[in-house]
Design a protein around this ligand. Sequence first.
Ligand code: AMP
Length: 292
Amino acid sequence: MRVVQKEPELRGLVAQARGRGRSVEFVPTMGAFHEGHLELMRQARRHGGLVVVSVFVNPTQFGPDEDFDSYPRSLEADVAAAAGEGVELLFAPTTAQMYPGGQIDTTVDVGPIGRILEGEHRPGHFNGVATVCAKLFNLVRPDRVYLGQKDAQQIAVLSQMNADLNFGLEIVVCATVRDPDGLAMSSRNERLKPEERKAALALSEALMEMARLVDQGETDIQRVLERGHSVIAGQSKVSLQYLEIVDPAHFRSLDRMTGGALAVAAAFVGSVRLIDNVFVGTAQAARTGGWQ
Ligand code: AMP
C-alpha cells in the first residue's frame, strides 16, 4: 500500500490506475479505524478498482468548544489496518496542505439541512464536512464514495451536495457496524470510561426499541418517541441532545409514519458526544436503501 501526503503524488497514482482502465473507489475518513471503517473498505474493494482511503481530521468541521484536539489519532495503526484490507492507496494530507495559511476563503454552504439536528447542535459542522469532502472529491475524482449509515445526516448532506454541485458521484451507503451488544462503533467510543460505555448502550437500545414498536404496528410518532425517551431516561449518565423521527433524505421531522423513516439521536455520555440512528418502518426496502 502506498501512503501519500502530497497532491501531485496522489493525482499521479490515480491517473495511473485510470490509464489501466480501473475505476476509483473512495473511502473518506478521520482515521482511528474500527470495524465500521474496515467494512467500508471491504465494500469498496468489491468493485476491483483502485481503493483510495483518506485519513484527515478536518479542523473546519469542529466547533471551537469541540473535541478536535482530543479526537483519537493513530495513523500508524490505521496504515497497518488499511493495508490488511488490501487498500492500495492511503492519502493522509497535513492540515497545512488542505488549508494553506490556516484557512481557505471558498467554502461550501449546504443551506437549511446544515442547521437542523446535528447542524443545530454543531453550528458550521456540515459546511466544514461539505467543504473538505468537495476538496477530497476533487483531489481523488472517484467513481464511487463509500459512507456509513452511522453518520446518516452526513449522507443526506453529501448526497445533496453531489446533486446540487454536479459531482456525478455514486454514493454507496454501508450499514452501521455495531459492537455485539448493539453500540454503534465510533472512534470516539475509545474515550468512554467503563461505566460510560455501559450507559452509552441506552442510545442504541432506545432506537431499537422504537423500531420494534413500529414493527408491532404503532403508527403514532409521539408514542414511539415517548418509548425512546423512557429508555434513555433510565440512564442518568446519558444527556440527550435530540431524539427524532425524520425522513432520511431531508432530515425533516415526520408527524406520521411513512414507509421509510429514520429514528436519529445524539447524546453526551460524560464528555463524549455520540450519535446513532436506525431505520423504522415496515418497508424492508427503506432499511437497506433509504438514500438510493
Ligand atoms: P469518521 O472517520 O468517523 O469520519 O467516519 C468515516 C466514515 O466511516 C463515515 O462514512 C462514517 O459514516 C463511517 N463510519 C463510522 N462509524 C461507522 C460504523 N459504526 N459503521 C459503519 N460506518 C461507519
